[in-house]
Design a protein around this ligand. Structure first.
Ligand code: NAP
Length: 469
């Protein structure tokens, strides 16, 4: 056979996962001059774009415009999307090896880290990631229920996901009604009785993981006042010394924003967001019926350890009322059948994108990773672009060095035939464009960007009902 990558033997690449990480791999491949590449992208969901659809907050529509870049790549003739096709259920590693020269996993981080404290299993204690997936209409989470009938909610963690959750809980119905939040979530939040939202960080303002635009936005909500205790907004001596020694403009601005909230008088808005620092949850406390009622916290002080400032209890405690608790302490990758996995870090072991054996001693031929399943759940959407470039560089290096072997069935039709046989209701990119049209048309009627279809069966039925829409 001619060399893979030529017109007579195009390089065939499978990508598992259609979020930003996967699409930046596609985009990078399509920019490679003189390479004939055919890319098939698989996703267990019928819809593409991963966290842009299922993670980015509905009131952050601008961020979602990044899908234009992915859409441009997806419309290329040498790209195919196979949605509603699950790796490990419908299609397996051996199938892919028989069809593709290279396989790249871009499955992200699909679960959450737990706190490991008593009471985490109580009714009303949830992973923030599940709440996010629920309000964004993810088919696997749309039937979860979140009891918002109490007065107080506690969000543990001070990253951007925690901010998203706290902000959605604080938004007024009018603010949410113009977004693409799932219909059932819009209705549940309209009836929400939550008035006090606590955002709880275990370290101080200088270590908060959220970014500046996100924390600034919290001070501009239509119907929620924001507050910080002045003593918690002040930097402890170690943090102050750290900031003085390494003045960072963005960090100084973040501290200024936070300090501007300290002592802000309430303006009579109906909800209140309290940002708390230097508190670690030690127990979620329930009532006799096993429902969350409060959260017990240990007060912390910071100490220097190996170049970082870490929290340790100072012996004092505090209990905050909470009728619902969201743990927002980071996402976690999940293992994929047949692929090595680093349980501790929640990633596929890899060297700059080349998958390694579990003992990290050798690369696994033909397998690659990019995005959160490669580096862990850090960074913003754009971080995945250089990350994908690094992985694709390795894939191209292996192609050039002759480390790529031809699969048994290196053709587009064989892959499509197998998918059709295993999952007759697969969703192509053209199908997705029709779903997109249906959702945006539904949105137009109510002045919203889109009204999402949130059940896989409904999406398949809508496609069958209007085959030429
Ligand atoms: P994150 O940024 O890593 O934040 C995790 C938070 O959990 C940190 O405040 C961390 O505190 C805290 N934490 C960890 N373990 C804890 C424990 N045992 N007890 C108490 N607190 C604990 O993660 P994320 O919020 O899930 O976000 C993931 C990534 O997506 C981030 O890169 C984020 O910027 C990005 N994202 C961006 C946007 C946006 O751009 N608008 C929106 C959503 C997500 P320590 O620092 O003390 O460990």
């Amino acid at each position: 056979m001619p060399n893979p990558g030529s017109d007579d033997n195009p390089l065939r690449v499978a990508i598992i996962g259609s979020g930003p990480a996967g699409f930046y791999v596609v985009e990078r491949f399509f920019r490679e001059q003189g390479l004939h590449v055919e890319i098939d992208m698989f996703d267990e969901l019928p819809t593409p774009f991963g966290l842009v659809r299922g993670g980015v907050a509905p009131d952050h529509q601008k961020i979602k415009s990044v899908v234009r870049v992915y859409d441009r790549a997806a419309r290329q003739p040498n790209f195919r999307f196979y949605g509603n096709v699950s790796y490990g259920r419908d299609i397996h590693l051996d199938d892919l090896k028989a069809l593709y020269h290279q396989i790249c996993f871009t499955t992200g981080a699909q679960t959450d880290r737990s706190l490991g404290i008593a009471g985490e299993e109580l009714q009303g204690s949830h992973a923030a990631t599940e709440f996010v997936a629920w309000y964004n209409g993810h088919p696997d989470y749309r039937d979860r229920s979140f009891d918002l009938s109490g007065e107080s909610a506690a969000v543990i963690g001070v990253g951007n996901v925690a901010i998203d959750v706290a902000r959605i809980l604080c938004r007024s119905h009018e603010e949410l009604a113009v977004t693409d939040i799932a219909d059932y979530a819009l209705e549940a939040l309209r009836r929400s009785k939550i008035r006090n939202v606590y955002l709880i960080g275990r370290r101080g303002p200088a270590q908060a993981a959220f970014t500046n635009p996100e924390i600034k936005e919290m001070g501009e909500l239509a119907d929620a006042d924001v507050e910080i205790l002045p003593e918690e907004a002040r930097l402890d001596p170690l943090s102050q010394a750290d900031v003085d020694a390494h003045p960072d403009k963005a960090l100084i601005r973040k501290i200024e924003i936070l300090q501007s909230y300290a002592g802000r008088p309430p303006t009579g808005k109906s909800r209140r967001l309290s940002i708390r620092f230097l508190l670690s949850p030690t127990e979620i406390i329930g009532d006799a019926d096993g429902r969350v009622r409060a959260i017990r916290l240990a007060k912390n002080e910071l100490y220097a350890d190996d170049g970082a400032l870490r929290p340790r209890p100072n012996g004092e405690h505090e209990t905050i009322p909470a009728d619902i608790v969201f743990r927002s302490v980071g996402y976690l990758g999940v293992p994929l059948p047949g692929i090595p996995f680093d349980e501790r870090r929640g990633v596929i072991p890899n060297d700059r994108g080349r998958v390694l054996t579990a003992d990290r001693k050798a690369p696994v031929s033909g397998l690659y990773a990019s995005g959160w399943i490669k580096r862990g759940p850090s960074g913003v959407i754009g971080t995945n672009k250089p990350d994908a470039a690094e992985t694709v560089e390795r894939m191209l290096e292996d192609l050039r060095s002759g480390a790529v072997t031809d699969p048994a069935h290196p053709d587009v039709a064989a892959a499509e035939g197998l998918v059709r046989q295993r999952q007759p209701d697969y969703v192509s990119y053209e199908d997705w464009l029709r779903l997109d049209g249906i959702e945006t048309a539904r949105g137009k009627e109510s002045g919203r960007p889109r009204v999402k279809l949130t059940r896989t069966a409904d999406m398949i039925a809508a496609l069958k009902a209007a085959p030429d829409a």
